[in-house]
Write a protein that binds this ligand. Structure first.
Ligand SMILES: O=C(O)C(=O)C[C@]1(C(=O)O)C=C[C@@H](O)C=C1
Length: 285
């Protein structure tokens, strides 16, 4: 089987792939939508993309593409610790405090905001498609004193010098990556050994109905269904039009979740199951 991921080599997404898919063939893509399109078009069997970071929240492009553009079920989830380092070309290691610009993925820049504010005040930062793409850019531009925020593997792969380690602003930094697949025969529970399951729902509310969200939450509450996340995202149909992404801490069963869905539909809500999938946490502190 081959696995598409947000590349190039040495992104955090590749680290997630390496942790759970030994023996699979990895295929890097430049952007998250390209990874997802590759699954739809059958170019790869699976895709691994970042969904949520503990410091910065959802990766909106993943959520939006998954809810508005492609119809691919979530078949697994991997959560990894994220350690961000500041790196420069070895020729510029002595002068890193004079860097003229810092490059990284927008989420990585946001995870290091305090560091950038205190240690590189006034230095502009620029987001690129991934942390590894930033490291690659720094490698290819030795004549400019620029820095990347990326992981240790990226420093190794692109031959960069780490000049400040662990620059993320909070210790408990981790990111959730989801595995997407259209194939019915992919069994992440067997592959990962995980017995912890989650179910993700997309819920649209009936328009202009006071108390609708309260009623939605009640349908889960009286069944004692444990919600670990509820987030609103724009429907993209006009100001004030939102849908909700709801994560439940259980596998899609025959009774409780279908009962809650039926109750929501009776209230006039639209409900779509985005996936029911095993979840693994790797090396979390
Ligand atoms: O740029 C990378 O290395 C990625 O894998 C993307 C990504 C993200 O989208 O959040 C993944 C983990 C980190 O939170 C920072 C960046």
């Amino acid at each position: 089987m081959n696995v598409g991921y947000l590349g190039p080599k040495a992104t955090f997404t590749e680290l997630a792939v390496k942790k759970v898919f030994s023996g699979f063939t990895p295929f890097p893509f430049q952007t998250i939508p390209e990874c997802m399109d590759a699954v739809v078009e059958g170019q790869v069997d699976l895709a691994v993309v970042p969904l949520e970071n503990a410091l910065e929240g959802s990766v909106n492009i993943t959520l939006d593409y998954l809810t508005h553009v492609v119809q691919i079920p979530i078949v697994g989830e991997v959560t990894l610790p994220i350690k961000q380092h500041l790196m420069v070309h070895p020729e510029n290691a002595e002068n890193w405090q004079q860097v003229s610009r810092v490059y990284s993925h927008s989420h990585a820049i946001a995870q290091c905001y305090k560091f950038l504010h205190h240690h590189l005040k006034g230095v502009p930062f620029e987001s690129v498609s991934s942390t590894a793409a930033a490291a690659q850019l720094v490698k290819e531009t030795p004549m400019q004193n620029i820095a990347a925020i990326a992981n240790e593997l990226a420093a190794e792969v692109y031959g960069l010098s780490i000049v400040k380690r662990n620059i993320h602003d909070f210790d408990h930094n981790h990111t959730r990556f989801v595995i997407l697949a259209t194939q019915k025969n992919f069994d992440f529970a067997a592959l990962s050994g995980s017995t912890h399951w989650k179910t993700t729902l997309m819920v649209t509310l009936p328009s202009n109905q006071a108390g609708a969200l309260h009623q939605v939450l009640s349908a889960f509450a009286w069944r004692k269904l444990d919600l670990s996340k509820i987030e609103s995202r724009p429907m993209k149909t006009g100001i004030g039009n939102y849908f909700f992404i709801i994560d439940l801490e259980m596998k899609l069963d025959d009774v409780l979740i279908p009962g809650a869905i039926a109750e929501l539909e009776a209230l006039g809500c639209g409900v779509k199951v985005l996936g029911s999938y095993p979840s693994v946490n790797i090396g979390l502190d």
